[in-house]
Design a binder for this molecule. Structure first.
Ligand SMILES: O=C(O)c1ccccc1N[C@@H]1O[C@H](COP(=O)(O)O)[C@@H](O)[C@H]1O
Length: 217
């Protein structure tokens, strides 16, 4: 058990100023802005720049891509200045590392997990274990079978996929992830976050952290 348990929280798919403001007030660790082509939460660069301007130093700004072209990724980096990139598609290590910005790499836990998928990105800051099958998008609200997570992972990992305020306490207690990532579980509609769900989600993660600390004493 970790005596200083602090599970990182990433709120993803933010599209509205009031949601970003509340996420910052709740002191989440990272805010995700989506640039994946097929997403209903996709932002254009101007909207993303405006939201980015609200986010204080110390909160990671994560730009999420899914098989976007390199020049598109670069345009977002130049205009939005994310502190982290998140690659959710079939991007290889060379592509992910080519932009000189630290990155998270999503691993598809929903299909046939290729044995070495977890080891392919030794330079990633962390892996993001999500419920999609390879080639599928995230942000679906579905969870995967957490028992598929190996005992030891080569990088720290964020747990994603189908998390919400009613299951995140169990998730943190069962899986002990480095962080949790949530999108639809704190929404009232795609891209529109629900203030009460955002608050409860953070409270439940911190309740799980407090339990972990008390068990470590
Ligand atoms: O959020 C999206 O629209 C999205 C689109 C394409 C790839 C990934 C996407 N989101 C990521 O998926 C996970 C899981 O989402 P959910 O909590 O199950 O709704 C989310 O954490 C985002 O990082």
């Amino acid at each position: 058990m970790n005596a200083s348990a602090h599970t990182r929280i990433k709120f993803c798919g933010m599209t509205r100023a009031q949601d970003v403001a509340l996420a910052c007030e709740l002191r989440v660790d990272a805010i995700g802005l989506v640039f994946a082509q097929r997403s209903s939460r996709r932002l254009d660069i101007e909207a993303a720049r405006a939201l980015r301007g609200q986010i204080p130093d110390g909160v990671d700004v994560v730009a999420l891509f899914m098989d976007n072209e390199g020049p598109q990724v670069q345009r977002v980096i130049d205009a939005v200045r994310p502190t982290l990139l998140q690659f959710h598609g079939n991007e290889d290590e060379a592509f992910c590392g080519a932009f000189g910005v630290p990155y998270l790499k999503a691993v598809a836990m929903g299909g046939d997990v290729v044995a070495d998928a977890l080891s392919r990105h030794p330079d990633a800051v962390a892996l993001l274990l999500d419920s999609h099958a390879s080639g599928g998008a995230g942000g679906t609200g579905h969870r995967f079978d957490w028992s598929r997570i190996p005992q030891a992972t080569p990088r720290p990992f964020l747990l994603a996929g189908g998390l919400h305020p009613d299951n995140v306490f169990d998730a943190v207690n069962t899986v002990h992830p480095w962080g949790v990532d949530v999108s639809s579980g704190i929404e009232s509609a795609p891209g529109e976050k629900d203030a009460a769900k955002m608050r409860r989600f953070v409270e439940e993660v911190r309740r799980a952290d407090a339990l972990a600390r008390s068990l470590a004493r």
